[in-house]
Write a protein that binds this ligand. Structure first.
Ligand code: KG4
Ligand code: ZN
Length: 343
């Protein structure tokens, strides 16, 4: 049994957690920065990095105290080393390096996306490799074959915005707060998903890639027209995203041998999206797994768990491991036309 301290600071959440290789979450804490970014309708990197420096050390002390552990009792430190906002990424990584050096413990430099990708295995011991993963977050929208720890094949990505980014932009257009996903989901409950005709970009196209920019522009026009209730726009927008995710995932499943469909990342906290993908799995004869909501949005338990998996596979890092703003899970994936920086 190994005890891992996990640290996360790659975007607008500061988080620390203590997780063991027997899947016990001994303690975990997440502090978001929503209030700080709210006036700007999105994350401001400088504000995010400064807040990480202020908050993370206290969270590390907090989880150690809660679990009644000292750094001497942990077996490794797992810190997110990217991808993300570089000023923030450096905070957890440098803290992790400091603790690793001072306590003489191994450092595991975790890819944040691998944290999301392996998160369902923390709560589901029966989930084996391989599985087809729909990874939907604020920065990414990808379909990947997860073949094992550190072994990923990207099948598709977004050619413009990520799914969470689309939720955040639509929310901003509707005058809702940041992050947009939970705000849209709440407002959509009072709306009619068929009321506003919106496009489903790339629906039916042969490769399972995603696109959401055209949907955002259509929301912009619907808002500007002044003829629709905001709740109807929110519900129609959410349904359009659901339809795109289901269609693209169905396409990927049609050529996948994996027995299980898994959804992870912040957008996987959305009830309609969880249900629609569970239905798709049932329809296509696949098992289905999705982590609980707290494990979908950014947290450090998933980083600690990825650390436990990597430690188990003998994958530890040197103390000069770099912080990386960009870090694809599948380094060999070809760049998709139009994918820009989100490839
Ligand atoms: O995984 P995550 O916490 O951070 C990144 O790694 O990006 O994902 C954050 C994204 C945000 O865009 C947020 O609006 C979206 O996940 N999100 C949701 C919901 N909760 C969070 N989107 C739709 N419905 C939700 N309930
Ligand atoms: Zn994330």
């Amino acid at each position: 049994m190994a005890l891992i301290l996990g640290l996360e600071s790659s975007c607008d959440d500061s988080a620390a957690a203590l997780v063991d290789s027997d899947r016990r979450v001994l303690a975990q804490a997440v502090v978001g920065q929503n209030d700080a970014h709210q006036p700007f309708g999105g994350v401001v990197p400088e504000i995010a990095a400064r807040a990480q420096v202020e908050v993370l050390p206290g969270l590390i002390r907090q989880v150690l105290a809660e679990a009644e552990k000292t750094v001497g009792e942990i077996d490794a430190v797992a810190a997110t080393a990217g991808p993300g906002l570089i000023g923030g990424v450096m905070v957890a990584l440098l803290a992790g390096k400091g603790i690793a050096l001072a306590a003489g413990k191994p450092l595991i430099a975790v890819n944040h996306l691998e944290g999301h990708a392996l998160s369902p295995r923390l709560v589901d011991p029966g989930l084996g490799f391989p599985y087809l993963l729909l990874l939907v977050s604020g920065g990414h929208c990808q379909l990947l074959e997860v073949r094992g720890v550190g072994d990923y094949q990207r099948l598709a990505t977004t050619i413009d915005d990520a799914a969470g980014e689309a939720f955040d932009k639509a929310a901003k257009l509707l005058g809702l707060g940041y992050p947009g996903g939970p705000a849209i989901e709440a407002l959509a409950r009072e709306g009619d998903a068929k009321a506003v005709p919106l496009p489903r970009p790339l629906l039916g196209s042969p490769e399972p890639h995603f696109s959401f920019a055209g949907l955002k522009s259509a929301v912009q026009r619907a808002v500007a027209s002044g003829t629709h209730r905001p709740a109807d726009i929110a519900a129609s927008f959410q349904q359009a995203v659901v339809d795109c995710l289901v269609d693209r995932t169905r396409r990927a499943l049609s050529s996948s041998d994996s027995p299980t469909l898994v959804v992870a990342g912040g957008v996987a906290a959305n009830e309609k999206i969880r249900t629609a993908l569970a239905d798709l799995a049932a329809e296509t004869g696949k098992e289905f797994a999705v982590p609980p909501g707290w494990l979908c949005t950014d947290n450090a338990a998933m980083i600690a768990w990825a650390g436990a998996e990597r430690l188990g596979a003998g994958l530890i890092d040197r103390l000069d491991a770099p912080a990386r703003a960009r870090w694809p899970l599948d380094e060999g994936a070809v760049t998709v036309r139009g994918a820009g920086v989100k490839a």
